[in-house]
Design a protein around this ligand. Structure first.
Ligand code: AMP
Ligand code: MG
Length: 408
């Protein structure tokens, strides 16, 4: 068994960064940027009014209230045709270019129009107020998005604003998923004696999709080496093969010999992780393979820690690890395993701190308890327990981003 950190290092080292492809802006969401993006414009592109009001010379209104002559109007989208001379003002709308001569914009609430050609400015305004000077946010040529950035909605906005209607991103890894086990039946079936519904296949396919992969299911193979080899052959064109179940040391665990028969070589076959431990990682040419343990929570957690990291790295992401936070434990966590433990918990901001309640879980088969987790509390291999009140490390799961009202 190798430590979790070492296993992750090996995975990230072996995962090849795929060649980039160009996509239109409306397909960029969730992709990983394969190039540095620079702005082609100053932002704002001109001295921009930040309020509806009057462009004035601040010095003219130092003794306000004072009446000024209104010499024109600038709506957004028009270039000012006039300058603001001494004793003058120009009516201006939010987003419009500030005319030459003006040094501030006084919001309309602090003015009173006398007629079309005269306005009373009710209060003084500081020079520069309510004007965003040209280039104060970004200068043409500045880097606005770094290579390796995951493109969320805000980054998509930056691409659009800086003139990028197409963008180079990492290609989506092709992932093929095979589930193994004589006992496995589909979600539509009523399980017979000794049968179990296939939850890992759908879970792992969903996780791979969320990580940006192009996913294909290879179905379910029985616990026979020939059948597993046959099914895996269908997936050899993929960038990543994920096999669920059949990687423990039992008589019916035939995934490793099947992979060897296909010419894969292993980088590791066990990791000191709980849930997990049996966890196979290998490679044949540019195709990576992960053999995940069959227990549903083990499959999901090991996918999240290792396969997801590989998929993100292949798309050009740098670190590729889950974000971590410190949480105050609301209950104790035990770890008698001697492995690095990942315990499902619900975390929430409460009275000025982030607290987490470990979920009552029956273990690595308890996929319902796991589905309620929004963090995984991490307990180092050499620690036997963490007590209530302690601050522990926690990995954020996707559900963490949604606040809910259920009591902890
Ligand atoms: P294995 O790793 O094949 O020894 O399986 C360990 C446990 O996980 C057994 O209880 C299996 O029935 C269960 N299991 C294996 N594959 C799946 C699956 N696709 N969906 C749900 N449970 C599974
Ligand atoms: Mg099995």
């Amino acid at each position: 068994m190798i430590p979790v950190e070492e296993a992750l290092e090996i995975v990230l080292r072996e995962a090849p960064v795929l060649p980039p492809e160009e996509v239109p802006l409306d397909e960029a969401l969730g992709r990983i940027l394969a190039e540095e993006v620079r702005s082609d414009v100053d932002m704002p592109p001109f001295d921009r009014a930040a309020m509806d009001g009057y462009a004035v010379r601040a010095a003219d209104v130092a003794e306000a209230p004072v009446a000024l002559e209104v010499v024109g109007e600038v709506p957004a989208g028009q270039w000012p045709g006039v300058e603001v001379g001494p004793g003058q003002a120009v009516r201006i709308m939010t987003g419009a270019p500030v005319p030459g001569g003006a040094t501030a914009v006084q919001p309309v609430e602090k003015t009173r129009a006398l007629d079309e050609f005269r306005v009373t400015i009710l209060e003084p305004v500081a020079a520069g107020a309510h004007i965003a000077p040209r280039g104060c946010e970004v200068r043409a040529g500045d880097v606005v998005l770094e290579r390796g950035r995951a493109l969320g909605p805000a980054a998509v906005a930056v691409l659009a604003a800086t003139g990028h209607s197409r963008v180079r991103v990492g290609r989506r890894p092709k992932v093929a998923v095979l589930v193994t086990g004589d006992e496995i039946v589909g979600a539509e079936a009523t399980p017979g004696p000794g049968q179990i519904r296939n939850s890992n296949g759908p879970a792992v396919c969903a996780q791979a999709r969320l990580a940006g992969a192009d996913v294909r299911s290879l179905g379910t193979a029985p616990d026979q080496q020939d059948a597993i080899v046959g099914a895996l052959r269908e997936g050899l064109g993929a960038d990543v093969l994920v096999v669920c179940g059949g990687v423990s040391a039992g008589d019916y665990d035939l995934v490793e010999p099947a992979l060897e028969e296909l010419g894969f070589s292993f980088r590791f076959t066990a990791v000191a992780i709980k849930p997990g431990a049996p966890l196979v990682f290998g490679r044949r040419g540019d195709t990576l393979v992960f053999g995940l343990p069959g227990n549903p929570v083990s499959a999901q957690v090991t996918f999240d820690l290792f396969v997801r990291a590989a998929l993100l790295r292949m798309q050009g992401r740098g670190g590729a690890a889950r974000a971590r936070v410190g949480v105050e434990l609301l209950g104790p966590v035990k770890n008698r395993s001697g492995r690095k433990a990942h315990v499902p918990a619900r975390a929430r901001w409460e009275r000025g701190r982030l607290v987490a309640r470990p979920l009552r879980s029956m273990g690595s088969g308890d996929l319902v308890a796991h589905s309620r987790a929004n963090v995984l509390v991490v307990i180092e291999a050499e620690r036997h327990e963490a007590r209530a009140g302690e601050t522990a490390e926690a990995l954020l799961l996707d559900g963490f981003l949604e606040e809910d009202d259920a009591p902890l």
